[in-house]
Every structure is written in structure tokens, then in C-alpha cells.
Design a protein around this ligand. Structure first.
Ligand SMILES: Cc1cc2nc3c(=O)[nH]c(=O)nc-3n(C[C@H](O)[C@H](O)[C@H](O)COP(=O)(O)OP(=O)(O)OC[C@H]3O[C@@H](n4cnc5c(N)ncnc54)[C@H](O)[C@@H]3O)c2cc1C
Length: 463
């Protein structure tokens, strides 16, 4: 049995490590610990190869409402403000041009209307006509030597931070937290939490060989968070639908990020192409969206954790039935299944990728093996719906559980801010507001912090 922690964080991905950093640097909470089951931070969805590395700002994500876009914009600014102040900025955050491409009259009209709505909030966002697109991304605008015949338009910008290595960011958070003086910051790797229980006013957190005690806990363990919440008696009205994303590589054809317009009927963002910050000389394409019965990609040992958390019953069936009865969703799911079948998948994916680069060649497209993670989308059984974006269960008794599909990595600091405030209030600790604003909310007029409801917070869009 170890000593008592004021706060124990479970999970050392970008969400858990962001919270470790914020509580260490901006509160007077004395003893903070983090338990991570692998030997280093960010080995699951925050790993550089398992997500799209996009700093989602809300301007090119056509599946976001204005409200969601502005929330994500604030979150993205926090990450940018943190990263640009670090000595190793060049490993953390990257500038590439970005755009969302509309193809055909309907999508072009949609983007023009979206530009009207967004431009007051995004001063650097531009409406790009075909000739502007041709200057930034020639292979998008041209086909067989002349401008492509279909109408195209894009919304985008050229001089912004658009990509983040979230794995490096998580490592940076841990390093910076451990540098805070007058604190005890313990990070335990190779420590898989098996159970969490409540004994009196304390939580006991059991790994295979150690039992930790804490006055408060925040679980940031992706899909596993829901399993640990269920153990403690919370969140039984949720189930989880793990949606894997796969990627493809081609030689480098794009200079920046090119997203496509979302089909409103589909719960997941359409594919995009962009540079991979860790694989120079290539363009990465994806992600696809395939439902898989595991909580971690390429780790079939997590099948049993999935079974425990899925809890298939009539209510879960109702949500799945509602999804499957929409023809677009049914076809989309089937297509994404085919995207995993060798030989066939390249041909099918090529068709989608050619919406972005019309002259893309079959021989250039390669399936990216062991690239791509799992988005743990929650099923709300009581409200009969699939929830998109991040979800949080704040029990009000010092235990918080985070489930973080996309854009969870962009929202890591904002999410951590909410948890930091909740934990500080619970423990009677104080937050150094001045320092927090000065460091992380520069250029943010809406300095008031998150005004999201405390009990349960959900996003409304995925990427
Ligand atoms: C295909 C795909 C594309 C994405 N693209 C983007 C994007 O472009 N931009 C963006 O902002 N977001 C994106 N996301 C989402 C983003 O990757 C996640 O929101 C983010 O990485 C979640 O971070 P996390 O720390 O909550 O979870 P993870 O990174 O999954 O970390 C959870 C941690 O908990 C640990 N853990 C689990 N169980 C236990 C246990 N029992 N005991 C101890 N430790 C445990 C794990 O080992 C892991 O380190 C994408 C996701 C996917 C799958």
C-alpha cells in the first residue's frame, strides 16, 4: 500500500499527461501521481501514428456546428500557446497549409455559406477559388494537364499551426510537470490499473503488484475509462462502440492538409490527405471508420475488456438498429469493411482519394500497416443515440472518467482545464488563474474558462 495521493491520474496519453501538467503547474495540489500501463506515455491513440495529427480549429471541419467549432478553436489555441513556448517546439507543432475542398455545385455552395458563417470568427480563413487551390495544391486543381472539369472551391489558410505530434506533446507535458518544484509528482509506468474501489473517503487503485490510495482520481484511459467507471458503479447507461481508423500512404503529392466535405448523414468525417509529421516524403490518407470489437487497435487482448464494457442488450441493439436503417450509414459501414480487405481495399480507397487528387495512381497507394487507432464512441442507452466527440462522467465524489474520441487530442488542455477546476474544488485547492490565463489563454477574449455543465459533458461531432 503506497502513501495517499491528492490526485491520481489513470492513463498517460495526451489527456492524462495534460492534466498532470496543469495540476502540477497551476494549482497548489501537492501530491499528484499518474499510472500508465505501458512503458512510456502515449502508446495508444495519442501515438504519433495512430491519429491524424490535426490541430482541429473548427474552420475546415464541415461536420462541426458553429458552437462546436468555436469550442475547438479555443482548445486548439491552448495547445498552440503551450507548444510555441517550449524549447522543442519543432518536434511538437507544425505549420502546413490546410483546406476543406468542395467538389460539385452543392458542396461549393455549402462551403460559400459556411464561409459567411465562420469568417467573422476566423480572420485568417480564406475562400479559395480553383486558381488559388492550384497555387497551394496543384495536384488537387489539375487533372491530365488542365484544370479539372468539376467545379471546386475550398476554405483554408496557409500560415497557421495545423499539425501536432500528440505523442511528443504528451511526453513534453510529463517532462514539464516533473520539473515543477515544491511538488511530489510521481509517474509510474508498466502499471495497469485492474480495479478502482472506494473505501471511506479514499479511492484504492489496484495494479497487479501495488495498491495506491488517492483522495481524487481522474481516469483518462480511452475506452478503458468506461470499464473502470462501471467497476465503480458509474456510467452503466453507456456502452462503447470502438471505431478503428486505417490509413494509406502515397508518395508526397500534397503540401498540406486537404479535408473533404462531410456527408451530413454519416457520423464520421470524410477522408483527408496530409503530410505525416514523422514520415517525410509521403502523403497519408484516411482515416477509414471500421467498427471493431477491441479497445486498442492491433491488441486482441483488449477484446475481453470490450466485451465487459459493450454490454450488449436491447437498448444497445436499438441504437445500432437506428444507425443501420439509414442507407448511407449502412453502405458506408460496408464500404469501410471492404477497405480492410487486401487488394480490393486499394482499388476502393483510390476512388475516394481521387476526389482530392484526380490523377492519383493505383500503384502509388499502399495500405499503412499498424497505423491508426480506435475512436471509443459512446452509446447513450437512455437517449438511444451514438454520441460523437468526447464524453466525461464527473461523479461529483472526486472521480472523473474521460472518454476521448476525436478531436480529443486537440482538446487535451481544455479537457484538462475542466478536470483541474473540478478536482481543485473537490480538494479545496486553488488555481493560479493569472498564470494560467497568461500562459495558455493568450489572444482568447473569452477568458472565462469552460462553462460546460459539470456533471456530464459531451461533444457533438467527430473527426
Ligand atoms: C484514427 C484516429 C484519428 C484521430 N485524429 C485526430 C486528430 O487529427 N486530431 C485530434 O485532435 N484527435 C484525433 N483523434 C483522437 C485522439 O487520438 C484521441 O482523442 C486522443 O489521443 C486521446 O488521448 P487519451 O490520452 O485520452 O487516450 P489514449 O492516447 O488512448 O491514452 C489512454 C492511455 O491510458 C492507458 N491505459 C488504458 N487502460 C489503462 C489501465 N487500466 N491502467 C493504466 N493505464 C491505462 C493507455 O495505455 C494509454 O496510454 C484521432 C483518433 C483516431 C483513432
Amino acid at each position: 500500500m503506497s502513501q495517499v495521493y491528492d490526485l491520481l491520474i489513470v492513463g498517460g496519453g495526451v489527456t492524462g499527461s495534460a492534466l498532470l501538467y496543469l495540476t502540477s503547474k497551476y494549482t497548489d495540489i501537492k501530491h499528484v501521481g499518474m499510472l500508465e500501463k505501458y512503458a512510456a506515455p502515449a502508446r495508444v491513440n495519442s501515438l504519433h501514428s495512430n491519429n491524424s495529427q490535426t490541430l482541429h480549429c473548427g474552420d475546415i471541419e464541415t461536420n462541426y456546428s458553429l458552437e462546436k467549432a468555436l469550442k475547438v478553436q479555443r482548445a486548439a489555441r491552448m495547445v498552440e500557446n503551450y507548444a510555441v513556448a517550449q524549447p522543442d517546439i519543432d518536434h511538437l507543432i507544425f505549420k502546413f497549409p490546410k483546406m476543406v475542398l468542395g467538389v460539385g455545385t452543392r458542396e461549393c455552395q455549402q462551403l460559400r455559406e459556411r464561409f459567411e458563417m465562420l469568417s467573422p470568427h476566423y480572420p485568417r480563413l480564406k475562400l479559395l477559388e480553383a486558381k488559388d487551390i492550384a497555387r497551394i495544391e496543384p495536384v488537387v486543381a489539375y487533372s491530365k494537364g488542365s484544370l479539372r472539369p468539376d467545379e471546386i472551391i475550398a476554405l483554408g489558410s496557409e500560415d497557421e499551426y495545423t499539425a501536432v505530434n500528440f505523442e511528443a506533446l504528451a511526453r513534453s507535458f510529463v517532462r514539464q510537470a516533473q520539473r515543477c518544484e515544491d511538488r511530489e509528482i510521481d509517474v509510474h509506468y508498466n502499471s495497469r490499473v485492474e480495479h478502482i474501489r472506494m473505501r471511506g473517503e479514499l479511492f484504492t487503485i489496484e495494479t497487479r503488484d501495488t495498491t495506491y490510495q488517492a483522495r481524487s482520481i481522474v481516469v483518462c484511459a480511452g475506452g478503458h475509462s468506461l470499464k473502470l467507471a462501471h467497476d465503480l458503479g458509474y456510467g452503466h447507461h453507456y456502452s462503447v462502440l470502438p471505431v478503428a481508423g486505417s490509413y494509406y500512404f502515397t508518395p508526397q503529392v500534397l503540401h498540406g492538409k486537404v479535408y473533404t466535405v462531410q456527408n451530413d448523414k454519416l457520423p464520421f468525417a470524410a477522408i483527408h490527405g496530409d503530410p505525416d509529421v514523422m514520415v517525410p516524403g509521403k502523403t497519408r490518407w484516411g482515416p477509414t471508420a471500421l467498427v471493431l470489437p477491441v479497445l486498442e487497435r492491433y491488441n486482441w487482448e483488449t477484446l475481453k475488456d470490450f466485451m465487459r464494457v459493450f454490454r450488449f442488450d436491447r437498448k444497445v441493439w436499438n441504437v445500432l438498429y437506428d444507425l443501420l436503417k439509414v442507407t448511407d450509414i449502412r453502405n458506408y459501414m460496408f464500404k469501410n469493411f471492404l477497405f480492410e480487405i487486401p487488394i480490393l481495399r486499394r482499388r476502393l480507397f483510390l476512388k475516394d482519394a481521387r476526389k482530392i487528387v484526380p490523377d492519383l495512381k493505383y500503384r502509388d497507394l499502399k495500405f499503412a500497416h499498424h497505423v491508426g487507432g480506435i475512436r471509443p464512441q459512446l452509446i447513450d442507452k437512455d437517449h438511444r443515440k451514438l454520441m460523437m466527440g468526447e464524453a466525461k462522467i464527473d461523479t461529483g465524489v472526486g472521480a472523473i472518467f474521460n472518454m476521448t474520441p476525436s478531436p480529443g487530442a486537440t482538446c487535451c488542455l481544455e479537457n484538462a482545464e475542466v478536470d483541474m477546476r473540478s478536482v481543485a474544488e473537490f480538494l479545496g485547492a486553488t488555481v493560479d488563474e493569472e498564470r494560467f490565463k497568461k500562459d495558455l489563454l493568450i489572444n482568447d477574449e473569452r477568458h472565462q474558462g469552460s462553462d460546460l455543465p459539470a456533471h456530464i459533458i459531451t461533444g457533438d461531432a467527430a473527426a
